[in-house]
Design a protein around this ligand. Structure first.
Ligand code: PNS
Length: 162
């Protein structure tokens, strides 16, 4: 039987408990989940690709069916190159829907076989995103309930250097 492989793509700048919640849910549905860090972002990330990959690696250490990779270019091309059948995206609130819907339809236009699966994180993460976490860290706000300890440490170090 074909192994069901899903890609969970994103900026992960940095990974949060909301992302980890989605990764765990996806790992219950697929044989393999590849967390794919986008290299060619339109925005300038706070963390380098290596730092983002490293923080994810640490966060998924206890999830044997999950691994981390990074990709350049179009998501559908990367998905095809690794034999993934589905793309996972998290939907926190209605406000996410329009952009996510557009992205899912563009990806399906580019590759009709590409299935996007939307998963909802626990509602306690419905207002959480990486930008808010960075903003809090920048002004010494508490982030320990939003990111794992190793990410908090790297955030604080990064902000100290800025
Ligand atoms: O975490 P993000 O920033 O919401 O992730 C967005 C991401 C990286 C998944 C999206 O920008 C993407 O897939 N980029 C790769 C380029 C691509 O395939 N674009 C076409 C889909 S609109």
């Amino acid at each position: 039987m074909t192994r069901k492989i899903a890609i969970y793509p994103g900026s992960f700048d940095p990974i949060t408990y909301g992302h980890i919640d989605i990764i765990k849910r996806a790992s219950l549905l697929f044989d393999e989940v590849i967390v794919a860090v986008a290299r060619n972002l339109g925005k300038t990330p706070l963390f380098s690709e290596e730092e983002r990959v490293g923080m994810i690696e640490e966060a998924i250490r206890e999830l044997p069916s999950v691994r981390v990779d990074s990709f350049n270019g179009l998501l559908v091309d990367y998905a095809r190159s690794i034999g993934a059948q589905a793309v996972i995206r998290g939907l926190r609130a209605v406000s996410d829907f329009e952009y996510e819907f557009q992205m899912a339809l563009v990806n399906r236009k580019l590759d009709e076989h590409m299935i996007t699966v939307f998963l909802m994180p626990h509602e306690k993460y419905s207002y959480l995103n990486s930008s808010i976490v960075k903003e809090l860290a920048r002004f010494n706000g508490e982030v320990s309930c939003f990111v794992p300890p190793h990410v908090e440490k790297q955030l604080l170090e990064k902000m100290r250097k800025k």
